[in-house]
Every structure is written in structure tokens, then in C-alpha cells.
Design a protein around this ligand. Sequence first.
Ligand code: ADP
Ligand code: ASP
Ligand code: MG
Length: 921
Amino acid sequence: MRSFSLSNSLPTHPALHRHFKPHSRQAILQCWQNGRASCWPLINSVRINGAPKVQTKGALIKTLASVADVSLEQEAATPSLPKGDMWSVHKFGGTCMGSSERIQNVANIILRDPSERKLVIVSAMSKVTDMLYNLVCKAKSRDDLYLSALDDVFDKHMRTAKQLLEGEDLAQFLGQLHTDVSNLKTMLRAIYIAGHATESFSDFVVGHGELWSAQMLSYAIKKSGQPCSWMDTRDVLIVNPTGSDQVDPDYPKSEKKLKEWFSSHNPANTIIATGFIASTDDDVPTTLKRDGSDFSAAILGALVHGRQVTIWTDVDGVYSADPRKVSEAVILPTLSYQEAWEMSYFGANVLHPRTIIPVMRLNIPIVIRNIFNLDAPGTVICEQPIDEAMDDETADNNINKLVKAFATIDNLALVNVEGTGMAGVPGTASAIFSAVKDVGANVIMISQASSEHSVCFAVPEKEVGAVSAVLHSRFRQALEAGRLSQVEVINNCCILAAVGQRMASTPGVSATLFDALAKANINVRAIAQGCSEYNITVVLKQGDCIRALRAAHSRFYLSKTMLAVGVIGPGLIGRTLLDQLRDQAAVLKEEFNIDLRVMGITGSKNMILSETGIDLTRWRELMKENPEKADLDRFMQHLQENHFFPNKVLVDCTADTEVANRYYEWLKQGIHVVTPNKKANSGPLDRYLKLRTLQRMSYTHYFYEATVGAGLPIISTLRGLLETGDKILRIEGIFSGTLSYIFNNFEGTRAFSEVVAEAKEAGYTEPDPRDDLSGTDVARKVIILARESGLKLELSDIPVRSLVPEPLRVCSTADEFMKKLPSFDAELAKERNNASDSGEVLRYVGVVDVVNKKGLVELKRYKHDHPFAQLSGSDNIIAFTTTRYKDQPLIVRGPGAGAEVTAAGVFSDILRLASYLGAPS
Ligand code: ADP
Ligand code: ASP
Ligand code: MG
């Protein structure tokens, strides 16, 4: 407990502004001005699990009743119904009451609560309500098994009671249980014969779970020596059905009944009440509908003006998203009433959506706590000012902090009523929704574009048949006359809602949400944002639901970019990349908020797959020990089906044309592609153009920096020049590390074949050096750069000077080739000497002549002082001549081959992708 000092400065006291609405504030101030002393008892502050909360209770409420909207205050309390802060209200959910040990545990918690008065609302033991609904269903469908199903319910309670109670208490409870079950048997028999059960019959049956659990708990508390009464809330709570599987409490009548109950029962200070059940105005038993015990607790809490309502369940509090769907969800320490309401309405079943209203009216906080983890402080739901987070030192205006939580509703259908005849015609929307109401369907979300051309709304999928039928019949004339063009039903939808009170005042929240969804390749079908701006709702394909939830949650909540990686081809480059990923993963995660997980590795024969990420310290063993047969379709499906990672990338480290041919299909499905494989970009022009068009049209990325200069920034330099408006005139370079090495060392002291043999020996060449000497690889790089510069060339348009002598092209092995190569040394020696005579050297280069729209690969002579002549080792060098870099070309130089640098080039493309997807830079 903590009080804040009001001091002399009440009018400017921050707590007054933070915790009271303007009208309440005004009343308090008025009272303060009339005489400070009289005001002080009105205000007290308590700390609930760490969250400051100022309560407007007792005298304050009475004083403020005229200005604050507290209708429940209007009736004067009678001495027989004590009200106020002395009451602590608890609600225990089904899991808390799941067994005799758990019920005893609940009893202990109640016994430890030092409050003067305790009102405890309980659910049925877990699964019991389902069992009871199920047996009504069986009886209705004349399935004899209803009898054994009833026996199961009886047995469950008898067993629990025997473990929990003893002596007279046990005998009394079992006697009651027996009577109840006999009555139920008679009733179910009647339902069986009629083949039908009215709602009140069914409600009567299913409410028994709460009757039994409340009695057992009450006996258990009494057993421990504390006086305790139990309350059948059918005697107290009066509700009116609303017609759409909901009921509205009748507060004045319920309060009257509660007073009567108090006078007639003179209960102990601890009362155990049944959740879920109530009566109608005509005294017919009914329920508050599924999961309604939370609602019962809120109504009763409001009727006694409790200090706080604690809802005990099986999770540590309200999470930022359903913890079953988002493992990174975090506990929210506080939520405003509106936020909690929006979350529960949009599917967070930790709280029944109607729980908020009764307590909000009296500013009673709700605390959600975990019965299995008493150390967790839980979530406090209370009134919070709009600028709450502004006061928070840790908060800044970062939009990531504005969305508190996400929730989803599954299995919806969208109905789209469309037609030009709707524009400007009053009453169309009203006609649509009154038709929908007539079939009792529950409209979850509505969206109408301001052109008034269409109205679209979401209803539960099971209700859409009736909705569609009624709309077709009501609007038959309009449809026939063409005023309405269609009533369209889109099945298999779900809703994702982002909830947060501060979203209202900040631009950019929806842009960020839609960006996160677009980047995860998720299509949004409809959007709604209420003007309260407590939530933004989007309708999506059901299949995208969890992926969307995770994409949005990670974007806003964790600012973490999660990327599932599939590596194709664990050859030299692939292997090196996997090792680099292994070494860097932790740093990326901790320092850069990028969570990269390799979900699959496939070679040409075997593959390994994982749901959560392959252990990269062991992938070689796993590949040997327990591989599956390689199957690229399954590989890609595995990646695609992992809904926990919204972003996926396939890294093709092969040199395979077949794999490259699949990029289009993958990109189309929203899977990003990163590759050092040249085959796609140097393949047929039409395929290349199709790929690039798709890439430009979508948010799906295709990066291939390593196709030209391994780790050197060649493509990105070229892009940078083009994007900033420079014009490329010519690109000329030594693109092959092997040929760079060979010509840097072919200086006249040794024969050409000797230098080739040395390069082969040192591992600089392909196993068959003809693959390098033919120049095809350089031609592929030339075509990639030519196309990147806008030239529409085919590989066959590039004249290539092959260094493989014509007669040796047919040699069947590399060895045979190497043996015969010396006999052709003379020709190249002559060329080299001619160059040398004019102070020049030979260099094997690729050229993109953008001005003349040509590309070529040739052996060219360069003066000794030319940068190309001064190269050493196996370095690559590329010169860009542009309108800006005309006199002095822009030069990129460095090692352009080798597994380490090529893998690093691929890795840096993966990180570029992560930053495009929202990773911080
Ligand atoms: P009880 O039987 O105690 O009323 P419920 O099953 O009705 O419990 O509600 C608790 C469950 O709600 C949790 O076990 C959790 O799986 C689910 N849930 C869904 N969304 C959320 C969320 N955002 N935060 C916490 N729990 C959630
Ligand atoms: N026992 C009821 C149900 O399962 C009410 C509740 O537990 O909230 O729906
Ligand atoms: Mg519940």
C-alpha cells in the first residue's frame, strides 16, 4: 500500500491528471476548493502488483456520483449488503479447479488472502462444461451413450470429492451430487424422447459443473477452519437474453436479489459463488454463455464494489499475442480497459470480452494471475491515461511501442455487397445489416470504402450461408436490376487485430503493420480502423493467419527480423556459408536483432529439415546420420509451411540450371532468393526479364551480388550508379580470378601451359582448367552486367576469345588436355612477346560496351601503367566508365574468387535482405 501526498498542489498534481478522467478531476478539484480536509479521504492510492492505481471508491464515488458516470451508485446501500474496498473478488478458471489437489490449492490461496471479505467465483472443473454440452447433444440426437457420458461426469466429481473431503461434508456433497445426477438423468431422458432441447433445458444441464465445483471448494475451505458460504448465482444474477447468444445483466434487479440473498442467508465473510450461471427475469435458469465465468466475476465484483477482481488462470497474465501461437509473446504488465476489451473481443480468450464493462464503470482493476506461478505479478487492467507511456522514462515515440498486443479470430467469411446503385442511396447499409440481424449472425467487422460502391463485413464462417441467402433474397430486385452487381462470399478468412491505446495519436502505425504484412507476402483482403483507433483490424486468408500474427508481432514488439533460410547445395561455397552463419548467428541475434535459422539443407542426393532451426555445429553429422532423400519440392514446401517464420529465403549455392529455373516460382510464392549461381541471370533473356519484372513488382527480393565478383560490391556499385542517375558508358574488367592469376604470372619466363599447370596445382582452377580457359564463365558475368545496365543481350551475342585450342576441346579428360597443352604454347608466347615489344601486357577481360550495346570477352593489351597491368595474385578488377566517372573510371578491385569471399558475398546479401525486411541498420 502506498499513498501519494496531495500537498498544496493538488490542481497540478500529476497523479490527478494521470488517473482521473476530466469530469472526475473537476469534481475532485471542486471538492478540494471547498475545503481541503473533506477531500482527502476521498482519494487513496494503492499499488497493485507494482502498478500505481488511484481508486475512486467509497465516499469519493458518492460525492462524484452526479458527475461521474456511475449508475450503479444510485441505489443507497442497505446494511445487509456490505459494499466497498473490504471485498476482494477472485475468479478461478476451469484449469485452476481441475483436480482435488488443485481445488485444495485454490482453497489455500483464498485462506491466505487477508481481506475482510472475500467473494470467490469459480468455473466448473476443467472439461466438465464440454462434457455436459456433449451429453445434451447426445441425448438430443438420441444417442444412448448420453447415459455413460453422464456416469463419467458423476464419477469425476465423486472421485474428486472423495479425495478432497471427508465425513459429514463428503456425505452431504455426494448426496447432493446423487440427487442432481438423478434429476439430470430424468431431464436428459425427456430430451432423448423429444429429440430436442430448448436453450433453457440445455443451460440448466450445463450449469451443473459450476454448482458442484463451488460446493466442493466451499467444503474444502470450511474443512480448513474458515467459515464459508456458497452461493448459487441463479438466485442472484438476473440477465436478459439479447438474441445473439449473449445476455445482458439487469443490474438493479441483480442488486436487489443480492441484498435479499444476504438478508436471508447471513453469509460468512468468505463466499464461494458459481460462475457462468444466472436466471432470467422469469426465474428460468440460464448461463452467461461459453467462458462466461469471467463475466460473472466482473458483475458480482461491481455489485459489491470490490477493491479488485483477480482472475486466476493458467498463464502469467495477458501476453502480447496468444502464447500458443507466438512463442516470443511477452507478458504485458498493464493494459487499459479499452485495450483489454479490444484484445478479448478479437479473440484473446484469456478474458471474456464482456468482463470489462461492469468493472470499468466503477474503475475496479482486474488482475490476471497464474495459479501455477504465484511469483508472476500478472497483468493489471485498469484505467490508464492516453499519455501513460509518455510518462514512462523508457518510452519514446518509437512506433514499435504503440501496439500493445495482437489477437486473431479464426474461421470467418467476408461478405462483399457491391454495386454502383449503392452510392448515395440512403438506407442500403441499414437494409443489409437488418437482414443480417434477422438471421442472427454476428457481424465482427465492417468496412465501407468512401466511394460507397461496396460494403464488406466479416461474419463467422458457420453463419455465412444464412447471411448470403437472406441478402440474395432481400436484394433480389436490386440484383436483377443491376443496381447491385453482386453479393460475394469469401470463405476461409481470419482477422488479425493490432491493439494499442496510443495508436490513436501517432502516424505510421498502420503503414508499419501493412509493411510487415507485405514483406511477409501476406495479402490483406479488408481493413477496418475504428475512429477510437484502439485497434486496426485486417482480414486475411485463414492460411496466412499465424504467419501474419508472427510477422506483425515481431515487427512491432520485438523489432526482430526473423528469417528462415533454406540452403541448397552444401558444396564448397554452401559449406563455407553454413560455417559463417554458425559463427555469426549469436551476434546477429543479440546485437542486430536478426534471427536467422537454417530450416533445411539439401544436396543433390540427401537433405535435412528442421522445424526450429538446424544446429549448425552439427549439420555435417546430421547430413550423414539421418538424412532424407533430396526432394526440392518437399524442401521448399517445408520452408513455406513453417508459419512461425514469416520471412523465408532460399539460398542457391549450386551452379545448377535446374535449380535456377525454379527461382520464378519461389519468388512468386513470396520466398526470397539469394544466390551466387549465374545460371538464371545469364540464361535465356526472356526468363531473365520475367524474373526481374516479378522482382520489381513484389516485395519479394532476389539478390545475386556474388554472381559477378564474389564478395566484391560490383552489382551494388552498378545499381548505386544507375539509381542516382548516372549513365553507364562502359564496364571493363578482369572477372576471373583464375585467368587473372594466369596472366599476372605469364610474364615471359615460363610457357603458358606451365603457368596453367601451376594454377591448377595451387587450386585456382576448376578441376578441368578448360572450364576457366574457355571464357564462358567470364561471358556469363559480362551478360549479367550488360543486362543490369539495361542491354537486352543473349549469351550467344557475346563473342568470346577461348584460350582452349580448337583441337583440344574434344579431349576427354583434364589430364589429356594438360598433357597436350604445351604443344600450343607458341601461339600465346607470340602474342605476349608482341605486346611486350610495345610496352604492354596481356589481360583476359570482359567488356560491356553500353554505348554500342555490345559485350565481348577478349585477350587485350594494356600499357604497363594501366591499373589492369598492375594486378597481382588472383585479384579481380572492374572499371566503370560513366558520364560522372568519364576521365577516371570508378574502379573496384580485390579478391574475386574463393569460397570464403564468395560465401561472404552471399551472407551479405542475406543480411541486406534482413535489412530490407525491417532489421535495424
Ligand atoms: P480459464 O479456464 O482459466 O478461464 P481460458 O482457457 O479461458 O482459461 O483462458 C486462458 C488461455 O487463454 C491461456 O491458456 C492462453 O492459451 C489463452 N490466450 C489466448 N490469447 C492470450 C493472450 N494474449 N494472453 C494470454 N493468454 C492468451
Ligand atoms: N464453465 C464455463 C465454460 O466452460 C464457463 C467458464 O469456465 O468460464 O464455458
Ligand atoms: Mg476463460
